[in-house]
Design a binder for this molecule. Sequence first.
Ligand SMILES: NC(=O)c1ccc[n+]([C@@H]2O[C@H](COP(=O)([O-])OP(=O)(O)OC[C@H]3O[C@@H](n4cnc5c(N)ncnc54)[C@H](O)[C@@H]3O)[C@@H](O)[C@H]2O)c1
Length: 256
Amino acid sequence: MLSSEVVLITGAAGKIGSSTAIEIAKNNGKLILSDISNQDLIILKEKIVKYTKKENIFLIKSDVTTTEGIENLIFESKKHFSKITSAIHCAYPRSTQWGKSFEEIKLDLLSQDFKSQLGGAIIFSQKIIDHFLKEGGGKLVHISSIQGIGAPKFEHYENTNMNSPIEYSAIKAGIISITKWLAKYYKNKNIRVNCISPGGIYDSQPEVFVNKYRKSCTNIGLLEPIDISGMIVYLISDNARSINGQNLILDDGWSL
Ligand SMILES: NC(=O)c1ccc[n+]([C@@H]2O[C@H](COP(=O)([O-])OP(=O)(O)OC[C@H]3O[C@@H](n4cnc5c(N)ncnc54)[C@H](O)[C@@H]3O)[C@@H](O)[C@H]2O)c1
């Protein structure tokens, strides 16, 4: 399905990034796998070579919270495969304050999270779409969250040390907004920008949370990364050519 695609994934070594990389490899797309952790990229490549030739995979360490990091990533990727046709922005940089309670948060680290997550997503969009325009088009997928479409279900976190930070909600709502903005701004340029809002992914959370979360859902509860990556493959395929500027909620009915 993706044999003519060269797909750049940021945060490729993470839960959503790595699952997406595997699904793209299975669909014959070429992969540019970028992450701040080189070691994790090497481990990921070992998993992916089961599904594609190693020449179809380019690994590049990069920090996508800086303009230079993003520019270098795109420059080196173009040099390697001569083009990039799609990009999935899965990188998830977090400050040392991430996860602190609302009462504890401080402005300097709050600014750092807004800069790296939301500012980073905007500058990544600016730079990758500039490349797409030179190539005659392209597809960009951002990752928001169910926390970007409504208030957290605070009751799910009772008796755990988990929380859902206020800045996460603000950043994820912002991701949905920039998706719509970009899709409309680049009208008639053969650019598609969409985002997905996944529900929580199972990651050894406490049982008390898992059980409460499940009760808010319809069939599954916490998701597996594959529940997200299949939709990303679809979004960058030609089957999704009419989908632009959308936020697709993948949450097993959590938000109903
Ligand atoms: N996991 C979930 O339950 C869930 C649910 C909804 C939405 N999301 C969203 O999905 C996206 C990906 O989440 P995930 O669960 O795969 O996260 P993850 O922590 O598993 O992976 C994130 C990856 O980003 C990389 N990274 C961190 N800082 C970076 C930087 N400065 N430059 C480049 N790479 C960097 C990390 O090394 C890591 O490999 C995030 O935007 C997250 O908010 C996750």
